[in-house]
Design a binder for this molecule. Structure first.
Ligand SMILES: Nc1ncnc2c1ncn2[C@@H]1O[C@H](COP(=O)(O)OP(=O)(O)OP(=O)(O)O)[C@@H](O)[C@H]1O
Ligand SMILES: [Mg+2]
Length: 157
């Protein structure tokens, strides 16, 4: 059964959970023997998506929950980050470089740009008032010997 590899975590919207989420996904992805660079790219993308749920989706709230789900099929990692926050009115606009609705928080509007740069595919589903789901996937090189060594070196397996 494919679903046997599936991993999901749910956590609250406090900012400290952003680093927890990216490390959890990196640890899960380690079974594909990624390179250090691949791990770093995945962590950056997860970090951007989870930060968005925290600071935009649940702005001003303490009770929001975020769900991160991961699957692996062959050499492809898929990660989805979902929240039940405010949602996005205009997804195309939100994904434009340097578009931000929170300039006062010194956001630069580059989160989606980074997700798209570091992952192979990024799709966003969102409904205003209901929440947002960001799905991202990335193929992993899986060069076992080299990657196992690098993973060992950074403590992922
Ligand atoms: N989970 C979300 N819920 C609600 N709005 C979101 C969510 N994710 C993104 N957005 C909206 O999309 C815009 C663009 O997001 P993006 O991550 O590209 O930039 P940013 O978060 O504003 O700035 P940066 O990521 O550079 O700090 C945000 O300003 C926000 O309006
Ligand atoms: Mg962002």
């Amino acid at each position: 059964m494919d679903d046997i590899q599936k991993m999901s975590i749910e956590f609250g919207c406090e900012p400290a959970n952003e680093s927890f989420a990216r490390v959890a996904v990196a640890a899960y992805a380690a079974r594909l023997n990624p390179t250090v660079e691949e791990i770093s790219d995945i962590k950056t993308a997860v970090s951007e998506a989870v930060t968005n749920s925290i600071i935009h989706g649940y702005y001003g709230r303490k009770d929001g929950r975020i769900i991160v789900e991961c699957t692996i099929k062959e050499d492809k990692l898929t990660v989805s980050v979902s929240d039940r926050g405010v949602g996005i009115e205009d997804i195309d606009k939100a994904m434009e470089p340097m578009y931000t609705t929170r300039p006062e928080l010194e956001r630069s509007g580059m989160g989606f740009v980074f997700m798209e740069a570091f992952m192979d595919e990024v799709t966003v589903e969102s409904t205003a008032g209901e929440g947002t789901i960001v799905k991202m996937s990335r193929r992993i090189t899986s060069d076992e010997q080299i990657n196992n060594d690098t993973c060992m070196a950074v403590g992922y397996n």
